[in-house]
Design a protein around this ligand. Structure first.
Ligand code: DGJ
Length: 525
């Protein structure tokens, strides 16, 4: 007979004490030292996916994508709303595509994060309306040092900023009207992958004038220097200095946009970063976005933002996450490696388990192949079931995420991973002991461990094997049970005393599928 167990008891008690005002709009809050996204007053994990750029621009096209999004067990879709579409004529707004998108999302019981494709999308200005694109007098272009105009709006002109802010505020005001009661829309991304290219800064007339001014005191403080003077006097003449100025300028612009939007409807807002390839110098990558070396500057320049977020397409996922998991902001990954790549689920487990991520979202989600739907769908289902436990534990303390680090060139580091929960020392490997090595996709293995009692753990994920030790004695496995989630409760399944645990030597989650095991350990001497 199966036992219904109360793994969730403590977690649910914890959640019961949280405010749950129905009128709460989504917000970021710090609870017990961890940043949470609160939706309807309760912690929410975005199990997301971002649509390709054009898939939400036409409602008939969008309708065809929900089946895949549902099958992959998403609870949130990230989708663009473009300046060109909502304000085709200056001052005349058209929200019918947005309204249709919200209706479709509600019909499929899905939440949305909207991406404001305003002045910039991947550095360029392709989503600005024609009346902006064609009016270089009113909306000047960024320029190279040689004076060549770029297809990038300069962020140094108040007229452009104000027009962008006006459209964005109109969008937020409209959202308040149509969505404040149901709260289908959870958060807003402001612009998309801002960055100056092919030079580290804009050299338009207004940019040149501003670059020659003294560095603002707040920027000096953020950059940790006591020197004063112009940007070049303080930091020297270099592309790196150009990038600092440009980051401050972008940050101030975006702060004005986000501030105007929040005045209309104060949803959480973030800006996403296009990360640089190894060895690339400022100007050689979209420069001055919210990159790891510019986060302090950006956070100071744009206090209206709730967070800065990395778009992680490179294999070295574990390298790019820590800089964005900070005391002053939560971790949110709006774009993770293209949907369908096998490491995505392991990355999700690691981000939620180790870094208390508020959300994870592979890009081009509607193009997920069948294998990816199955894979990501299984991982998301499990993370959703674990959610009450995940949001009542602190990643890095009572919860740890595990996945092998991968280098930029794809090489997987198979050094066993170590973690301690009080006196219990865990060693975790992604090398499955019972599968031929050449048949294993190590980068796709990962999971999390949650300590649920003094000597009890929950191990979840796939392709990880865990051994337990203490400094002063040996550790045995008192009990290992497979558990599954049914009707709101974890239900004990098979007893794993024999070959599955190598007769008490380890806890093993096979690489063939996602699962959960409940483990009780004991010490012997
Ligand atoms: C990152 C951008 O933010 C997306 O809009 C899209 O262009 C992808 N790159 C394409 O890989």
């Amino acid at each position: 007979m199966r036992n219904t167990i109360s793994l969730l008891g403590a977690a649910l008690l914890g959640l019961a004490t949280l405010p749950a005002h129905a009128e709460d709009i989504p917000r970021i809050a710090r609870q017990d030292g961890v940043h949470r996204l609160l939706v309807d007053g309760k912690p929410f994990l975005i199990l997301g996916g971002e649509l390709g750029n054009s898939s939400s621009s036409d409602l008939a096209d969008l309708e065809g994508h929900w089946a895949v999004l549902k099958a992959a067990n998403l609870n949130t879709v990230l989708a663009p709303v473009t300046w060109e579409q909502i304000e085709p004529v200056e001052g005349r707004f058209d929200f019918h595509v947005l309204d249709g998108m919200i209706d479709q999302a509600r019909a499929h019981d899905m939440r949305l994060v909207l991406l404001w494709f305003g002045a910039w999308k991947n550095s360029m200005s392709t989503y600005a309306p024609a009346w902006v694109k064609r009016d270089g007098e009113r909306f000047p272009r960024a320029r190279t040092a040689e004076g060549k105009a770029l297809d990038i709006l300069s962020p140094s002109y108040a007229g452009t900023r104000d027009a962008d802010a006006k459209a964005f505020a109109a969008l937020m005001g409209h959202l308040k009207t149509v969505d404040a009661d149901k709260r289908t829309v959870l958060m807003i991304q402001v612009e998309n992958e801002i960055g100056m290219i092919p030079q580290a800064r804009d050299h338009s007339k207004a940019a040149e004038a501003d670059f020659g001014k003294p560095v603002p005191a707040a920027a000096l403080k953020a950059l940790g220097t006591k020197k004063t003077g112009t940007w070049e006097q303080v930091f020297g003449a270099s592309a790196a200095t150009d990038e600092l100025w440009q980051a401050w300028t972008f940050g101030r612009y975006v702060d004005a946009i986000a501030g105007a939007g929040k005045t209309a409807y104060a949803l959480p807002m973030y800006v996403n970063a296009a990360l640089p390839r190894p060895g690339a110098a400022p100007g050689g990558y979209p420069s001055a976005g919210p990159l790891p070396h510019l986060i302090d500057l950006w956070r100071t320049a744009a206090p209206s933002l709730d967070m800065l977020s990395p778009d992680i397409y490179f294999p070295d996922f574990t390298k790019w996450v820590p800089p964005y998991d900070r005391a002053d902001q939560p971790l949110f990954i709006p774009e993770a490696d293209q949907a369908g790549k096998t490491p995505a689920p392991a990355n999700a487990f690691w981000a939620f388990g180790e870094h208390d991520a508020i959300g994870f979202s592979p890009f081009s989600i509607e193009n997920l192949p069948a294998a990816g739907v199955k894979d990501l769908g299984a991982a998301y289902r499990l993370i959703d079931q674990l959610k009450p436990l995940i949001v009542s534990h602190d990643g890095g303390k009572t919860m740890r995420g595990f996945r092998a680090p991968v280098a930029y060139d794809g090489t997987v580091d198979l050094t066993p991973l170590k973690a301690s929960f009080g006196a219990w020392d865990l060693t975790v490997t992604v090398v499955d002991p019972w599968t031929p090595k050449d048949a294993q996709d190590f980068a796709a293995h990962g999971g999390m461990v949650i300590q649920t009692g003094p000597d009890e753990f929950l191990v979840a994920g796939r392709g990880i094997t865990v051994t337990f030790a203490t400094k002063d004695g040996s550790v045995g496995l008192e009990r290992v049970r497979e558990v599954t989630y049914r009707d709101g409760a974890w239900v004990d399944g098979r007893w794993l005393n024999g070959d599955e645990t190598h007769q008490g030597r380890h806890v093993r989650l096979p690489p063939t599928g996602f699962g959960v095991q409940r483990v009780k350990v004991y010490r012997y001497n």
